[in-house]
Design a protein around this ligand. Structure first.
Ligand code: ATP
Length: 234
């Protein structure tokens, strides 16, 4: 594995009194694309939100470039170079595409300019004056990803980017994610669509009931397809 960028150890998290994560551990090397896979309710989204500091009640260790982030607020974590793209996409419907893209502040040098984002997503440029509500699901997803590229983050946490999208758009999102990896981004991807995940990722962490229960490399998947399907209930 490349130099470790993110190392998560013994991560526990709570929503109020509900104890959701029970000691999650995984690591990601710089430039890797890693997935968290698992059934509904396994704790994948909670893991991303805990890494990002959006779930505040958490213990354990989440070290980014060797710096401990547990205990820090989410804006401080963002400034270190992490960005979260939520499953619900978070597009502001009253704003147009360009206004949505300009919303997040650049928190670090190296954030993409509008023209770089439009190069990656030409259809967003065509739609730049369209309101958020007028976009298709695929365009909204591209906008949600484009928006976090402005921040200058080098670790992207993507929560189910393919959810609810037509196969041809899923393929396009796959191409974009590969392009981002090619540009040096490190990506932690939560997915339900295991064919998609298998096609893009270097390694998979399988989650059940707030734990990581298995790890598979991209090469392991073919020999372990039955086991993986059983984990995912597909
Ligand atoms: P999904 O694909 O359904 O989002 P997931 O693996 O991402 O699944 P989480 O969303 O992390 O799972 O949910 C883990 C558990 O935490 C579930 O039992 C869920 O009901 C619970 N949960 C999620 N959000 C909250 C919340 N805001 N308050 C209380 N419990 C929550």
């Amino acid at each position: 594995m490349a130099e470790t960028l993110l190392k998560v150890q013994g991560l526990q998290a709570w929503y109020g009194e509900s104890h959701i994560l029970h000691g999650v551990g995984f690591e990601i090397g710089r430039g890797e694309l890693v997935t968290l896979l698992g059934r509904n309710g396994a704790g994948k989204t909670t893991t991303l939100k805990s890494v990002m500091g959006i779930v505040e009640k958490r213990t354990g260790s989440v070290a980014f470039e060797g710096k401990e982030t547990v205990g820090q607020p989410s804006d401080a974590i963002a400034r270190l170079g992490l960005a979260y793209c939520p499953e619900e996409r978070g597009i502001f419907s009253s704003l147009n595409v360009e206004e949505n893209l300009l919303l997040p502040p650049m928190v670090r040098p190296g954030g993409m300019s509008l023209s770089e984002i439009y190069q990656l997503f030409p259809n967003l440029q065509e739609r730049r004056r369209s309101q958020g509500t007028k976009l298709s699901g695929g365009e909204q997803q591209m906008l949600a990803i484009g928006r976090i590229l402005r921040t200058g983050a080098n670790l992207l946490l993507l929560d189910e980017p393919t959810e609810g999208l037509a196969p041809v758009i899923v393929q396009r999102i796959g191409e974009i994610i590969r392009q981002l990896k090619g540009r040096g981004f490190t990506i932690l991807l939560v997915e339900q669509n295991f064919h998609f995940a298998a096609a893009v990722a270097d390694r998979h962490y399988i989650m059940e009931d707030g734990h990581v229960v298995d790890i598979m490399t991209a090469g392991d998947v073919k020999q372990n397809i039955g086991k993986l399907q059983a984990y995912l209930g597909v």
